[in-house]
Design a protein around this ligand. Structure first.
Ligand code: CP
Length: 304
């Protein structure tokens, strides 16, 4: 077993471990290009009970670049959990007999933690409900460090759906380990839960809340914006009320500093004008590639 046992929550990692993961990711840059055989005897099972493009495919790409093999499913409906009502616990106790590590995405908060409790092999949380997406937060930190040369000393806006967006919950907590100024920018209905803000402040974060795009984009090093998570709203009419309320357009670029970068975990819908894609501010497709690098690091640290 490697240096990490599981990766379930960003809350389980201190700054020393986060920096170690980011340093290991930097070492993976050349391995990603040249390929390696360090995990050639290992099998990764990807259990995706919710849709994904980036997380699943970047985990698979990461494992293949390290010489390992991949099994799994990309939607609940083709598994016995979706088709026949098998419990998550029984699914995990079955898959652990086929693989060396489980990567799971599931619509329920707490699903990754429960999986780890039943599993004899390591488990990685690839997104659990609206609660957490720890490997996304780590790749976001890695992207910020790679693009800005540091994390300490930066001002960062987290924008959009801060209520249901699991990426911002994990990233907010991860950033709290660093000396950063955090702007939480969202309409009232999509504010981050006060309990999470309290946890961030308790960990030492310098946090302010704003409500408009104009306030969000001014005078920051990094703008991290997110999709309004339609699928998490209990009532779709509530989604319709807010869906157009936080959109960054090319006109907003005039309010930004020249060196401000824009990140987005993707997928995007309407919240980020495609006209921004060809400007120097747009870094979200470079961020996508960092997902492979960071996930190679996590697999190496757990299985290597
Ligand atoms: N960022 C992210 O989690 O993307 P996918 O839903 O495509 O995996």
């Amino acid at each position: 077993m490697g240096e990490l046992q599981n990766l379930i929550s960003i809350h389980d990692l201190d700054r020393k471990m986060i920096d170690h993961i980011l340093d290991t990711a930097a070492e993976m840059e050349s391995v990603a290009v040249n390929r390696s055989k360090i995990l050639d005897s290992k099998i990764m099972a990807v259990l995706f009970f919710e849709p994904s493009t980036r997380t699943r495919l970047s985990f698979e790409s990461a494992m293949l670049r390290l010489g390992g093999s991949v099994i799994g499913f990309a939607e609940a409906g083709v598994s016995s959990a979706g088709g026949k009502g098998e419990t998550l616990a029984d699914t995990i106790r079955t898959v652990e007999r086929y693989a060396d590590i489980i990567v799971i995405r599931h619509p329920l908060d707490g699903s990754a933690r429960v999986s780890a409790e039943f599993s004899k092999i390591p488990v990685i949380n690839a997104g659990s409900g609206s609660e957490e997406h720890p490997t996304q937060a780590l790749l976001d930190l890695y992207s910020i460090r790679k693009m800005k040369g540091k994390i300490d000393g930066l001002s960062i806006s987290l924008c959009g759906d801060l209520k249901y967006g699991r990426t911002v919950h994990s990233l907010g907590m991860a950033l709290s380990h660093y000396d950063v100024k955090i702007k939480l920018a969202a309409p009232q209905a999509l504010r981050m839960k006060p309990a999470i803000i309290e946890q961030m402040k308790k960990s030492g974060a310098d946090v302010v809340e704003v409500e408009t795009v104009e306030e969000a984009v001014k005078d920051v090093d990094v703008i991290y914006t997110t999709r309004i998570q339609k699928e998490r709203f209990p009532d779709v009419r509530e989604y319709d009320k807010v869906k157009d309320r936080f959109r960054i357009t090319v006109d907003d670029l005039n309010l930004m500093r020249e060196d401000t970068i824009i990140l987005h975990p993707l997928p995007r819908v309407d919240e980020l004008d495609p006209e921004i894609d060809n400007t120097p501010h747009a870094k979200y497709f470079d961020q996508v590639y960092n997902g492979v690098i960071l996930r190679m690091a996590v697999l190496k640290l757990i299985l290597g």
